[in-house]
Design a protein around this ligand. Structure first.
Ligand code: ZN
Length: 307
């Protein structure tokens, strides 16, 4: 895109970042001089501090998710060089406190790989508090598991509360999308009597998220994004969200018929084929493995596993 010379910086920024070919990425961060977590907008220039320039209620990121329309008009004016942050460390874009909902077997190609029938309704489970963590955080491998597996996933972040919403209006309740890693201890999830899904999915930091949230308006079709998992540089999962059995809108409509979705809740939408359990030979996560989830337009989420 060519930016006409002599334009005001804020005008240039509007053209650059609120045009169709660029992304507004929401990040949470802390700095060396201030350990309080704040939020801002990230682009190739850096991170712009936004939270301290808005009304106090918007320090709370859940208010940001729910009332984004009120903030949007001020953003271009706030993304100026004066508000660039020095030495920011990006943290998880979503704070603890919301629900962490997960959908199992939601990729056609993964259901076939697992030898399972294509589900006629979404398979729903959740992860307990203490599982969310951010990009570049180390994830401990629990000493009681020898089969910790990886799952790259597209994650929806809820904006407006949703209760019994129709599929036709369901997307309005999504604030944005981010990358997620549904870490899974298979020897607990499947190996234990009865199958302990909740336990196998809820060890500490088993839900890395990030690095940024891309707002929904910038992802016109979440059903056509390339998705990939690399471990130590080797591609182990590679697919497209076009393989999703239940779309984001179908999932919101289905879930909101059973419980209320609230701002800051996240929904892991399922994983494509190539997980360690289904490989021959099987390949589980080892100490020092570096897992990177990459989703087209959303970025890359990197976490190292430690013993
Ligand atoms: Zn999963």
């Amino acid at each position: 895109m060519t930016i006409p010379l002599g334009m005001e910086y804020a005008e240039q920024r509007k053209l650059l970042h609120w045009g169709s070919d660029c992304m507004t990425k929401i990040v949470r961060f802390k700095t060396l001089s201030d350990s309080q977590i704040r939020w801002g907008i990230q682009d190739e220039t850096g991170i712009f501090e936004i939270s301290k320039h808005l009304a106090p209620e918007f320090q709370n990121i859940h208010q940001v998710f729910a009332r984004w329309d009120e903030i949007l008009p001020d953003l271009a004016e706030l993304c100026t060089p004066a508000n660039l942050v020095n030495g920011a460390t990006i943290t998880c874009p979503i704070p603890e406190g919301g629900k962490v909902i997960c959908i199992g077997l939601n990729y056609r190609d993964h259901a076939i790989e697992s030898g399972m029938p294509i589900p006629s309704e979404p398979v729903v489970f959740c992860k307990l508090p203490g599982t969310i963590c951010g990009p570049d955080e180390d994830v401990p491998i629990p000493s009681c598991s020898q089969q910790v597996d990886y799952e790259a996933e597209l994650v929806m972040v809820i904006g407006k509360p949703a209760w019994k919403v129709k599929q036709s209006s369901a997307l309005e309740h999504i604030f944005g999308y981010t990358c997620g890693h549904d870490v899974s201890a298979r020897d607990w999830q499947i190996g234990r009597p009865g199958g302990q899904w909740l336990l196998g999915k809820s060890f500490p930091k088993f839900a890395p998220l990030g690095p940024a949230i891309v707002t929904r308006d910038q992802v016109p079709d979440a059903g056509s994004l390339r998705i990939e998992m690399q471990i130590n540089g080797e591609v182990l999962q590679q697919s497209s969200t076009a393989q999703l059995i239940f779309s984001p809108a179908e999932l919101i409509a289905y879930l909101s018929g059973c419980f209320q979705l609230l701002p800051g809740d996240v929904i892991f939408t399922g994983t494509p084929p190539g997980v360690g359990m289904a490989r021959n030979p099987q390949r589980f996560i080892q100490p020092h493995d570096v897992c990177v989830v990459t989703i087209e337009s959303l970025g890359s989420l990197r976490n190292c596993f430690i013993s």
